[in-house]
Ligand binder design. Structure first.
Ligand SMILES: [Zn+2]
Length: 390
């Protein structure tokens, strides 16, 4: 059976092979719990897959299936609680900052040592295991290798190279694929998006489900994308390049501001509730330190959100240059940016493949520079100058 409605797997899009691979593991886990001698259980799992493919959705669904009497019905209290992130025996580590430190992990290891209170398993789900510091990863090793019998570690990362070899060698790896465009379009349509818009959003997102949803739902996101794609045609002199870089960077800051502000407000409120500040006017010992730590994590999350947004703009620009290259070699193919075909065809006639390749290299270089922490604005300026020269 494929991942259908009314199942804990329903939130996954285009990942049928993965679901088929995990179902036997869920059954084996049930047998293991009921003490069957033939059943083996893997206690540490590593979910990998490209951004937007649904790694944490998959890990959460797996956790739900393991806690459910029916192996993941999607309807019972256990399934719903796990999917909503409120199951008492499923700890979900949702990284605010750029890294997960050793103190965070020590806390998780303590949790991992406890027996489940109501569910079948005690599950620790780390959504961004690629952000573990080396020290944090080392603190986790022993617990991953020999967890208590009913504890499971579920780690998520883009690729297995993103976690330390000592961690990945102790995990069973499961891999998500890039969701196929028709599957993404069908999911959007099922959610009420008009067919033409769903097809566009699925194509333009290149298999990133969250991005596809944003493109389908939000006209401002579609307009911003269209604006970014128009930039390379307007780079006549260095002044244009600097302005283009500034615009992309400002748009990224604006986009991340709205996301960050909402999260921060909520976290500050939770902090105030947890420490009871504002009720008696007396500050508990340690409250200041915890608040400073929270504010540091907010700052690093803002940095990350801006980088993520700039990276999406670069991926959009790359998709257009790859379309141009496709047109230069064979005009009959389907384009990622099909709705821009006339402009892209004109661009393909004005240029030659070798120049298109130089532009693609410039964009890839920018992504690499940002991955090594070059300031986004600087990286963008250099990239637009290279695009103009190509
Ligand atoms: Zn269930």
């Amino acid at each position: 059976m494929a991942a259908g409605q009314g199942s804990v797997w329903a939130g996954l899009i285009g990942q049928e092979p993965l679901v088929d691979a995990l179902r036997p593991a869920v059954e084996a886990a049930q047998r293991w719990l009921s003490g069957r001698a033939d059943a083996a259980m893997t206690h540490a799992w590593l979910f990998t897959g490209p951004p937007g493919s649904g790694r944490s959705t998959a890990a959460r669904a797996f956790a739900g299936a393991l806690q459910c009497d029916e192996g993941g019905c999607g309807e019972c209290a256990a399934c719903r609680q796990v999917l909503a992130g409120s199951h008492p025996d499923v700890t979900i580590v949702d990284t605010a900052g750029l890294t997960i430190g050793v103190d965070d992990v020590r806390e998780l290891v303590l949790k991992a040592a406890m027996a489940p209170t109501m569910g079948r398993w005690s599950v620790i789900l780390v959504q961004d295991a690629d952000r573990l510091t080396d020290q944090a990863a080392n603190a986790m090793l022993k617990s991953i290798e020999e967890p208590p019998g009913r504890t499971l570690w579920l780690l998520c990362a883009p690729t297995s190279d993103d976690v330390m070899p000592t961690i990945r060698s102790r995990c069973r790896q499961v891999t998500l694929r890039t969701p196929p465009t028709p599957a993404v379009a069908a999911a959007l349509e099922a959610g009420g998006v008009a067919p033409a818009l769903a097809a566009f959003a699925a194509r333009a997102s290149q298999g990133h489900v969250g991005r596809a949803r944003a493109l389908a739902r939000d006209e401002a996101v579609r307009n911003r994308r269209r604006e970014v794609l128009g930039l390379p045609q307007r780079l006549r002199d260095p002044g244009d390049c600097v302005r283009a870089a500034h615009n992309v960077h400002e748009a990224a800051k604006e986009e991340s501001e709205s996301i960050a502000a909402a999260l921060e407000q909520r976290e500050l409120q939770l902090h105030a509730e947890a420490w009871g500040t504002g009720t008696r006017g007396v500050r508990a010992r340690g409250e200041n330190g915890a608040l400073a730590e929270l504010k540091r994590s907010h700052k690093s999350r803002r940095t990350r959100l801006v980088r993520d947004s700039v990276d999406r703009a670069l991926l959009d620009l790359l998709s257009a240059q790859r379309d141009v290259l496709r047109l230069q070699s064979d005009s009959g193919v389907e384009l990622v940016n099909e709705e821009m075909r006339p402009e892209l065809e004109a661009a393909s006639r004005r240029s030659r493949p070798v120049r298109t390749l130089r532009r693609i290299e410039a964009l890839l270089g920018c992504r690499e520079a940002m991955a090594t922490n070059v300031a986004p604005l600087l990286a963008l300026e250099q990239t637009f100058l290279r695009l103009a020269r190509a």
